[in-house]
Design a binder for this molecule. Structure first.
Ligand code: WT7
Length: 641
């Protein structure tokens, strides 16, 4: 059997087999990878206990699958093409041979710094090849990486270091993003004031921002590499890992104040990301594949690093932002590197669309043959623009639905193989068994139905636990619908059986494709000395998909409202990061509450959406008269948008 599905008929056949005999199906897929020792048992599972094991007894190292096994046939093929933030700076190409060499070298650096199998390593780096090298070097020796996105604050880093008990931090002096320089090392220094587990910090030189190197703790990446170079053999044998050994932890927001450490393990994650990469993008041997995500998010882990590399692909990594030096940058990158596959987010598409088509003029996009979208629902207008202007109506668009917890894509077209339709993620991938549930917990059978999206059978890429708190994993994902994984997304299945994701059904916002937990954000806002209480809701935002609307009860509003607002935003930046800053802040006297004292978010959401005609029943409120005040107040804030 070949790994890649080649026709719609074949998809239907394979899908059927994957449901009738999931273990046989996944064993066949796993045979396409390199195992040091074959597994004994394909799958054992118990969703009630969130106990899921794939390929038990199998021994492997994911880096041998991503690197070593390609060396003979693809050694001189580019593994990573890196495009810098500044178009004047030279780009870099790392062939598979060179990447393996650098990974082994840095793996030796890790060992030299006392990192062993099972140790946790926190990575806070800009989008440079060394980020992928650091992750792969961890995986090489069996250390568990936890990558923190560069837009998170010192406090967020500290929380993640403390939660995982990380021994080592890998960072850089700074990072370039458009015209800005982010002082990564200084932020790490602040974080380390609030932690005690970290023994060493390895600092990469990138921006030459002045940094304070602490004796005995901080070392330079370049010095450490030089040290291992003089030690002789650059090789670093790949640690033999159990299929269910932890590969990484990645934090994501949920309904409570504290982000969850989503845990992915080695064998299943490798098989799932490799299989889905190959099939969804229908990757062909010489294609250049460009995923615009940041590696700090799951999309970058699965579809810049592990998925493409396990398939011997050329993965283009971009340090900058879509609008620097101007809104034509993506298209410059596509033209310069002759990109064939472009995988990006609806927010980026909408924002570039808003800049106008003049940024597309004179850009040669003829290399593009497949397009992808991820992170949030893509509206029809953006889908059509992407299709017509970027794909010239000849490149199939894959609208890929999945989540941090899923490891890889669950519902999506296969490019050029299965049908597409604007705003639809379409059909489940082989091995994925979706179920739509009604509010009484019954599965909705047949077509033309909508409900809460669950998955009723395990797939190899799914999360195994939430770090340090298994009960939380059970409660969050496996309790609402016993025996099923609950995605917390709403979904409809149309008359043809095609799936359309309608958005989160919990209190989590999706802002520019990034998950923001309202509880976490409210906790941060409430930390400000003048804030009495706050409530966060989402509202439709033309570019970001969802904007963040904050209703805040505070003291001293009349003194200087704008200053207070700026101080509250600074508090959010300090506690979570700039990505969580509300778009609209409305100061209110009071919030609508139920008789039991719960904030009525439904009403606040309607006001934020400016849908005042159907506020629903407000007579049951403890304080119905505040609704008028909030509506009245909202007028003033809406005008400012
Ligand atoms: C949430 C997961 C793993 C992708 C990056 C975001 C939303 C994701 C789609 C899509 C509609 C989508 C869902 C999901 N989402 N992809 N194609 N269409 N919605 O990962 O931060 O874990 O967020 O993003 O609401 O639950 P994440």
């Amino acid at each position: 059997m070949s790994l890649q599905i080649k026709s719609f008929e074949e998809y239907q056949e394979i899908y059927k087999k994957s449901v009738e005999d999931p273990e046989g199906f996944w064993a066949g897929v796993a045979d396409h990878f390199f195992w040091k020792k074959k597994w004994q048992n394909v799958l054992s599972w118990d969703f009630e206990k969130a106990d899921i094991k794939w390929f038990e007894g199998g021994k492997l190292n994911i880096t041998e699958n991503c690197l070593d096994r390609h060396i003979y046939s693809l050694g001189d093929k580019p593994a990573i093409i890196w495009e810098p933030n500044d178009p004047e700076e030279a780009h870099r190409v790392l062939t598979y041979k060179q990447l393996l060499n650098k990974v082994e070298q840095f793996a030796n650096v890790l060992k030299n710094n006392d990192i062993k199998k099972g140790d946790r390593v926190c990575i806070y780096l800009p989008m440079v090849p060394e980020l992928a090298i650091a992750m792969l070097a961890c995986a090489r020796i069996g250390a568990i990486h936890t990558v923190v996105f560069g837009g998170f604050s010192a406090r967020s880093i500290a929380d993640r270091i403390n939660d995982t008990d990380s021994k080592l931090v890998i960072t850089a002096d700074g990072g370039f993003r458009g015209t800005k320089t982010i002082e990564l090392k200084n932020i790490v220094d602040d974080a380390l004031e609030q932690t005690s587990s970290v023994e060493k910090v390895i600092v990469l030189t990138r921006t030459r921002t002045p940094v304070s190197m602490i004796k005995g703790r901080d070392v330079w990446w370049e010095d450490e590499v030089r040290k291992v170079e003089t030690m002789g053999s650059p090789a670093c044998p790949a640690e033999e890992m159990d299929a269910e050994d932890m590969l990484f932890v990645l934090y994501t927001s949920g309904s409570t104040g504290k982000p969850k450490g989503v845990v992915h393990t080695t064998g299943g994650y490798m098989v799932y990301t490799g299989y889905t990469f190959s099939n969804v993008f229908q990757y062909q041997p010489d294609e250049i594949y460009f995923c615009t995500a940041d590696i700090g998010w799951i999309t970058g882990h699965s579809y810049i690093v592990y998925g493409p590399l396990s398939q011997g692909a050329t993965s283009l990594m971009f340090e900058g932002i879509p609008t620097y030096p101007d809104a034509g940058r993506f298209w410059d990158v596509v033209e310069k590197h002759k990109v064939n596959i472009l995988y990006t987010a609806p927010t980026a598409i909408r924002s570039l669309m808003a800049f106008g088509d003049e940024y597309l003029e004179d850009k040669d996009l003829s290399s593009i043959n497949k397009l992808g979208s991820v992170g949030e629902p893509i509206n029809e207008e953006a889908w059509n623009w992407f299709n017509e202007k970027i794909g010239k109506s000849e490149a199939p668009i894959v609208d890929t639905w999945w989540q941090t917890e899923n490891g890889g894509i669950l519902i999506s077209p296969l490019a050029g193989i299965t049908p597409t339709k604007p705003s639809y993620a379409m059909l489940p991938l082989p091995g994925v068994q979706p179920a739509l549930m009604d509010e009484n917990g019954n599965e909705l059978e047949g077509n033309d139905v909508s409900g809460n999206l669950c998955i009723k059978f395990p797939w190899p890429g799914m999360l195994r636990t939430t770090y340090g708190d298994h009960q939380r994993c059970i409660d969050t994902y496996f309790s609402a619908y016993p025996g099923k994984y609950f995605s917390e997304d709403g979904c409809l299945r149309d008359k043809e059986g095609h799936y359309r994701i309608t958005g989160r059904v919990d209190d989590v916002l999706n802002v520019s494709g990034h998950r923001i937990g309202t509880a976490e954000l409210e906790d941060a806002i409430n930390m400000h000395a003048d804030v009495v209480e706050s409530a966060i809701v989402g509202y439709p935002h033309k570019i970001k998909g969802q904007g963040i609307y904050a209703y805040i009860i505070a003291d001293n509003v009349e003194r200087n409202e704008d200053e207070l607002k700026q101080n509250i935003l600074a508090t959010v930046t300090r506690l979570i990061g700039p990505i969580a800053k509300p778009d609209i802040v409305q100061f209110v006297e009071d919030l609508p509450k139920t008789r039991s004292g719960k904030i009525m978010r439904r009403i606040l959401r309607k006001i934020a959406e400016n849908e005042l005609d159907n506020l629903g029943d407000i007579t049951t409120l403890l304080n119905p008269d505040v609704v008028e005040n909030v509506i009245e107040g909202a007028k003033k804030y809406r005008e400012k948008v």
